[in-house]
Ligand binder design. Structure first.
Ligand code: ADP
Ligand code: ASP
Ligand code: MG
Length: 464
């Protein structure tokens, strides 16, 4: 059995959906279980429309709902020649769009938009898309069955990025999906969404369908998890930044997790976790080029004689620095920093401390930086008043550039080569950090310099 996930572009129009049907049909002997995303652009549109609704821009809200209807209708008209089946799908879509319209109306009336409401709104994209995919496959000799993941994927109530309850979810998934697979059916599971014990809709975070696929694949003990997307595999850099980026045939789970955490959007960082626990290989494949072998992500120590595998960058970050003579040799400073930030739920992306202990810098998402600053100022109020800690400073618009590769471990000169390449490109390095695993070296640069730094490192390690 294999679990396969099709991303937004793969289900993004009639032509792509035709390719998906061909792929699924050719793989029927491997007993596929499918997970799919919303059509490309739909989740963004749903969330943007929610903002319009709360501002009571009713006309534009209606126009967007009409655009959604039209987008799906176009697919139904092209892909579902069978009149009865087409009418059935269009009817179900109409019902969903009415429900969505009611939600927007509620948001407008209350002039209130919570993360909880946003999750309920965002969930429509996957439901519309998977109903459509199921109907298309059913007419093409694939015995597809629509499955709403909210009935199976149990999460906590942290809306926007809910945590999955693995034991309950595993039980649900096995009970619902294994009998279907055994009788030869192909489940089509909505990615990205789940629900709480009380039945409230949650999402697993943006781009979370990859994670759903891995949760499903692990629960069912699939042989492999295949992520179908719009590039040939995981590449040495984001192909939109580095034109000559090349596909990596194999990487390890740890490398994949590290790359995706630092911005390689091709796979969601959480995807690796369920797969590692069950040693299930993940393959990244291109729907537009299915004969390409893609990238294999597994535990196998890779034979590629490449030390550095990939260079990524992640934008929209802020650097918070805490400095002062009173920090030297005082135990517990880092603990206080982290607990203050944890209390206000700010995720620290990177930390760097000079060996003098005089200065600690942290990188946090830009959207959280004011919250982080306030929490740290409060935590160190006394020290700031006594001047043992200088005021806490903030630098906005920075990026982390990360160089990733397991082969870097114990190799000398990698950091030197990285910094020289970046300096030669005329880019100023604001801070640096190396994880103790030696799996990555991360640099903080100003955002406008990030692409230049990525390109320079890519060239220096001959990744093209
Ligand atoms: P999907 O809708 O299939 O989930 P995404 O847009 O989320 O697809 O991810 C695929 C995109 O990730 C690619 O089109 C590419 O532009 C981008 N990307 C960023 N970094 C990398 C990388 N290192 N390797 C491959 N693709 C990358
Ligand atoms: N549709 C969701 C998003 O755009 C989930 C996904 O595509 O993986 O974030
Ligand atoms: Mg994605």
């Amino acid at each position: 059995m294999i679990t396969m996930k099709f991303g937004g572009t793969s289900v993004g129009d009639a032509k792509r959906l035709e390719d998906v049907a061909l792929i699924v049909r050719s793989l029927l002997p491997r007993r596929p279980v499918l997970v799919a995303s919303a059509m490309a652009g739909v989740t963004d549109l749903l969330l943007e429309t929610a903002q319009l609704a709360v501002r009571r821009e009713t006309g534009q809200v209606q126009a967007n709902i009409d655009a959604l209807r039209e987008k799906h209708l176009q697919v139904a008209n092209t892909m579902i020649p069978h009149e009865g089946r087409r009418a059935e799908l269009i009817g179900r879509h109409a019902g969903l769009l009415d429900e969505l319209s009611n939600l927007y109306h509620g948001v407008s009336l209350l002039k209130e938009l919570s993360v909880r409401s946003l999750d309920a709104i965002a969930s429509f994209g996957e439901v519309l898309s998977c109903l459509q995919l199921t109907a298309i496959l059913s007419l093409r000799e694939v015995p597809a069955e629509f499955i709403d993941a909210r009935t199976l994927v149990r999460t906590d109530a942290r809306f926007g990025e809910a945590a999955v309850d693995f034991s309950v979810t595993r039980e649900h998934l096995r009970a619902a999906l294994l009998p279907l697979v055994q009788k030869g059916a192909v489940p089509v599971v909505t990615g990205f969404i789940g629900s709480t014990e009380d039945g409230l809709t949650t999402t697993l975070g943006r781009s979370g369908s990859d994670y759903t696929a891995s949760i499903v694949g692990a629960a069912l003990d699939s042989e492999e998890i295949w992520i179908w997307t719009d590039v040939d595999g995981v590449m040495t850099a984001d192909p939109r930044t580095v034109e000559k980026a090349t596909v990596l045939p194999e990487i390890t789970y740890r490398e994949a997790a590290e790359m995706s955490y630092f911005g390689a959007k091709v796979i969601h960082p959480k995807t690796m976790m369920p797969a590692i626990e069950n040693s299930i290989p993940i393959r990244i494949k291109n729907t537009f080029n299915p004969s390409h072998p893609g990238t294999l992500i597994s535990n196998a120590t890779v034979s590629m004689n490449r030390v550095v595998k990939n260079v990524t960058s992640i934008d929209n970050l802020s650097l918070v620095s805490i400095e002062g003579n009173g920090m030297v040799g005082v135990p517990g400073i880092s603990a206080r920093i982290f607990s203050a930030l944890a209390q206000v739920q700010v995720n620290v992306m990177m930390i760097s401390q000079a060996s003098s202990e005089h200065n600690v810098c942290l990188v946090v998402p830009q959207g959280d930086c004011r919250k982080a600053l306030a929490a740290l100022r409060e935590q160190f109020e006394l020290e700031i008043a006594r001047k043992t800690v200088d005021d806490i400073k903030l630098l906005d618009n920075v990026s982390i550039v990360a160089v990733v590769g397991e082969g870097m471990k114990g190799m000398r000169g990698i950091a030197g080569k990285t910094f020289t390449a970046v300096a030669n490109a005329g880019v100023n390095i604001v801070a640096i950090a190396q994880g103790s695993s030696e799996l990555n070296i991360s640099l903080v640069v100003e955002e406008p310099d990030a692409a230049k730094a990525v390109q320079a490192i890519h060239d220096a390690f001959h990744l093209a």
